[in-house]
Design a protein. Structure first.
Length: 395
């Protein structure tokens, strides 16, 4: 009940303001291949043309599964699911198979959700992207860092994965680390910035852990609660949740495994930190999220346009980063995406904006040969040979 009236008020505000060429050798990550437009003339999965594509995708994934892939796949086109498959185990020990309700760790594919939470608060007048973090968190020891710097990975903060555990209090050693505990470490230890804010792009998990904490401070509710009531439930994402230091997994969630021997990757201290990771979801729920972004049911289009804009131009090329999204910007195609890797899970979430074409792959058993697959899928859809796939190895 203590969050009821706050949540109710935000929901009312939202309802009032909502808008309506293959290569035998994979290119280096710095030179991604040119995807282009999606040449899919048919979306009826019973048509002979789509049956041929589905057969090719099944063949593609049969080889992937033989090589070790374990997880979920969904491909959507203009709001319609054209391919959906579940391969292998959600939980190897009990024999629980992957299914439409088994939520998988999104790892860094969680970051777009955190960014959307910040966008929601911006649209409700509770913050501005160019506000300093210290305006909302006076204890924050870096006065020159803005919200936009965090969202676009231009803050200069060091990655907490490299300093947090070494600075824990002994009393906390056997517990999951919360965002609050991480922030206390930042407040007291004041780790040195890697560079001056907004001078260059460096991908850093700390940015999104701080943003999760910022959402909690502004709304006076746990980040997991905010996400549940403001994003997941309104979009009908029934099998999506934030795992944090105070959370428990549902019985049918996907455990993570090492690819070589099915050794379980158990939760460790840093799994309690959310925002940069920690969101669990399914391919069906992720497609609901994808389609909602086209319909403007969460934030204003102007705000979404800011999130989809590039902010880093130090290195020329088609690759860039927006506010919570990686991107590939071609003259005829804009791809907004985010990959994710953490403790055995490896995911990709690719959105071809010009064609409303989506690729979602959630894997819970790490296998380097099956890291990310968007190029192979794209080639099959476009009638090209189903050759390789691993070009983009960044989170």
């Amino acid at each position: 009940m203590k969050y009821f009236f706050y949540i109710l008020g935000l929901i009312i505000l939202i309802s009032c303001q909502s808008n309506t060429v293959t290569n035998a050798n994979p290119p280096a990550p710095s030179q991604p291949p040119k995807f282009g437009r999606v040449n899919l003339l048919y979306s009826d999965t019973t048509s002979p043309e789509m049956k041929r594509i589905i057969y090719s995708l099944d063949t593609f994934y049969a080889s992937r599964v033989a090589a070790g892939f374990n997880g979920q796949v969904l491909i959507g086109y203009k709001g319609k699911v054209i391919y959906e498959r579940y391969f292998g185990y959600a939980q190897k020990e009990s024999g629980l198979m992957q299914n439409k309700e088994s939520a998988s760790q999104l790892a860094s594919t969680s970051k777009p959700f955190t960014a959307m939470a910040v966008c929601l608060l911006k649209d409700r007048g509770l913050l501005n992207f160019d506000d300093y973090i210290s305006q909302y968190i006076p204890e924050f020891p870096y006065p020159g860092i803005t919200i936009r710097n965090l969202l676009s990975h231009r803050s200069g903060l060091p990655d907490y994965l490299h300093f947090a555990e070494a600075n824990r209090l002994p009393a906390n050693a056997n517990t999951l680390m919360s965002n609050g505990e991480l922030m206390d470490i930042i407040f007291t230890k004041k780790p040195k910035l890697n560079f001056a804010p907004n001078t260059r792009f460096t991908y850093c998990n700390t940015n999104y852990a701080v943003l999760s904490y910022l959402v909690s401070r502004i709304t006076n509710m746990p980040f997991s609660t905010f996400m549940k009531y403001m994003i997941f439930e309104p979009l009908g994402m029934k099998n999506t949740y934030i795992f944090d230091a105070n959370a428990k997994h549902p019985n049918n969630y996907c455990k993570n495994y090492k690819g070589s021997n099915w050794a379980e990757q158990k939760d460790m201290a840093l799994d309690g930190v959310s925002g940069d990771k920690g969101c669990y979801s399914t391919v069906q729920d992720m497609y609901k999220w994808d389609q909602a972004l086209y319909k403007g049911v969460l934030v204003k289009q102007k705000t979404l346009d800011e999130a989809y804009a590039p902010y880093s131009f130090e290195n020329p090329g088609v690759k860039n980063y927006g506010l919570g999204w990686r991107m590939l910007i071609y003259p005829e195609q804009k791809i907004i995406f985010h990959n994710g890797y953490w403790h055995g899970c490896n995911n990709c979430f690719y959105r071809f904006l010009n064609d409303n074409f989506t690729i979602i792959v959630l894997g819970n058993k790490y296998n380097k040969a099956n890291y990310y697959q968007p190029l192979g899928i794209f080639n099959i859809i476009n009638g090209k040979p189903d050759t390789d796939t691993e070009f983009e190895t960044e989170e």
